[in-house]
Design a binder for this molecule. Structure first.
Ligand code: SF4
Length: 489
């Protein structure tokens, strides 16, 4: 999300005549995009600010002192810590929250007269729909497309609704235009972004006035949205733009996976079969305190439904350990959930209490740090062990890999398979679709036979150049997967 916000900011500044430099010595303005989700992310920014303030002081006494340095803080931390940043720390010249990026040229102009310029107002409708993000790296084969901003879910541990405001969806016409533009530029993979993408609703579009159908065992803290274009419709439209463009999406909430979403994912070869189902905890009582709107049982039932509708689907999750009041028994339920559900990817974190959240007001952050650390290590151990086994089961199978570039250390070619696992192999001239041979380059789809696996990366042998349509022409993703596994058995 922050990468995409940085591209939006850069697009706005570029239009106003600013230039970008990779060299610190050349810069007059430093803008730091920040995250407030965890304490660790904020600590990094304070360190970065220390460095930048030192640079600013040195510039002020150097031969370039007529080019004073300005420092700006953007994003969620700006919203959360504006007083501290300006009054106490006197650290920055500009503070701009996630909904104020359009105002940046004006804010920067204000600093010319020595003022500190601040805009952290949250908006009910800002989606930057008309701002075409400018990629910071034009050679990337993949891009992010923001489809919504903010979140209405109010999970008790989460600061996002306070720093990024209410949920609002970007009109479908503008984001389809952006995806078409990216396809034209040769981008091969688009990730649709938002805090809760699967509750997307474009109410500017006419459609059946259907309310969101929540699966059994799931509830929401806000009123179900009615009418407008839903996430399933959006996936359908986005994936139809270019059948050779992979579509991914993140983040999602488990409550918003109606059958229509699962059906469109299973039908379209270019929608990647990796679903992010952030569980956060495996204990119903912890989930209740987190106000996640589901129980362990409802979550497990959803996993079963997803696996039945999309055989061989890959799953990813977020997990928090050490949330307020979490007992050893409750934590054991998280471990057991991780044993039951085969997660291919997981983002595992010890709980970090954030001011303003409901948990800050209501609960005590009473799990000691060393216990959180120990639980975090135990989650990591299970995760790595299970990933190792899942990846090893792929040895001998053929995967469709989208090539991203090379591994700096080894010079090997690196790409990702359907479920976002890294696959590496040695460069080789391989068969093309027209019977010739050529080396592999970023943006190519390559059929790779897996020969070795670790918990986070697989190694293989490149077989031939291909395309999404050709690779899945005779065998769909799930059939291919099932055949592979039957052969192995
Ligand atoms: S759904 Fe995600 S972003 Fe929204 S409040 Fe919950 S954890 Fe935060």
């Amino acid at each position: 999300m922050n990468l995409n916000d940085t591209e939006i900011v850069w697009s706005i500044l570029k239009k106003s005549g600013f230039e970008k430099t990779e060299l610190e010595e050349e810069a007059d303005i430093f803008l730091v995009m920040t995250c407030a989700v965890r304490e660790g992310a904020e600590s990094k920014i304070w360190h970065r600010l220390d460095h930048l303030r030192g640079f600013k002081r040195r510039r002020a006494i150097s031969k370039n002192k007529n080019k004073p340095v300005k420092i700006g803080i953007l994003g969620c931390m700006a919203e959360r810590l504006k007083e501290k940043l300006i009054e106490k720390e006197k650290a920055v010249d500009v503070v701009a929250g996630p909904d104020s990026y359009r105002d940046l040229p004006r804010l920067l102009a204000l600093t010319e007269s020595g003022q500190t310029a601040v805009n952290v107002l949250l908006s009910l409708d800002e989606t930057y729909a008309d701002v075409m993000p400018v990629s910071l790296n034009q050679n990337n084969v993949s891009a992010f497309v923001s489809i919504m901003r903010g979140c209405d879910n109010m999970c008790t541990y989460c600061i996002v609704p306070f720093t990024r405001g209410r949920e609002r969806s970007r009109p479908v016409t503008s984001l389809l235009e952006e995806v078409r533009h990216l396809a034209g530029r040769g981008v091969k993979e688009v990730t649709l972004l938002g805090q809760n993408v699967n509750s997307y609703r474009d109410v500017t579009e006419q459609s059946e006035p259907s309310a969101t159908q929540l699966a059994k065992g799931f509830k929401t803290v806000y009123k179900s949205k009615k009418g407008g274009l839903r996430f399933a419709d959006l996936l359908d439209k986005v994936s139809a733009i270019d059948p050779e463009m992979r579509i991914r999406f993140t983040a999602a909430h488990p409550k918003d996976f109606p059958d229509e979403v699962l059906e469109v994912i299973s039908e379209r070869a270019n929608i990647c079969k990796l679903l992010h189902l952030p569980a956060q905890s495996g204990s119903s009582s912890v989930l209740e305190r987190m106000r996640r709107g589901y129980t362990r049982e409802a979550y497990l039932e959803l996993v079963e439904t997803v696996k039945a509708k999309i055989p061989a689907v890959g799953l990813s999750t977020d997990m928090i350990c050490g949330f307020c009041g979490e007992t050893e028994e409750e934590f054991q339920e998280t471990l057991s959930l991780m044993e039951i559900v085969d997660y291919n990817i997981a983002f595992l974190f010890p709980y970090s209490m954030r001011e303003k959240t409901a948990a800050y007001r209501r609960y005590k952050d009473d799990v000691p740090d060393e216990v959180k650390k120990d639980r975090h290590n135990r989650m990591l151990e299970i995760y790595r062990r299970k990933c190792q086994a899942l990846n090893e089961a792929e040895i001998g199978n053929i995967h469709l890999v989208l090539i991203e570039g090379t591994v700096k250390k080894t010079g090997q070619i690196m790409g990702r398979n359907e479920i976002y696992i890294k696959v590496v192999f040695d460069q080789e001239s391989i068969l093309t679709e027209d019977g010739g041979k050529r080396l592999v380059k970023p943006g190519d789809y390559v059929a790779v036979k897996i020969t070795a696996a670790r918990s986070s990366v697989m190694t293989g042998i490149p077989l031939y150049h291909t395309s999404i349509r050709d690779f899945y022409k005779e065998v769909s993703w799930s059939e291919r997967y099932l055949r592979n596994h039957r052969v192995n058995e």
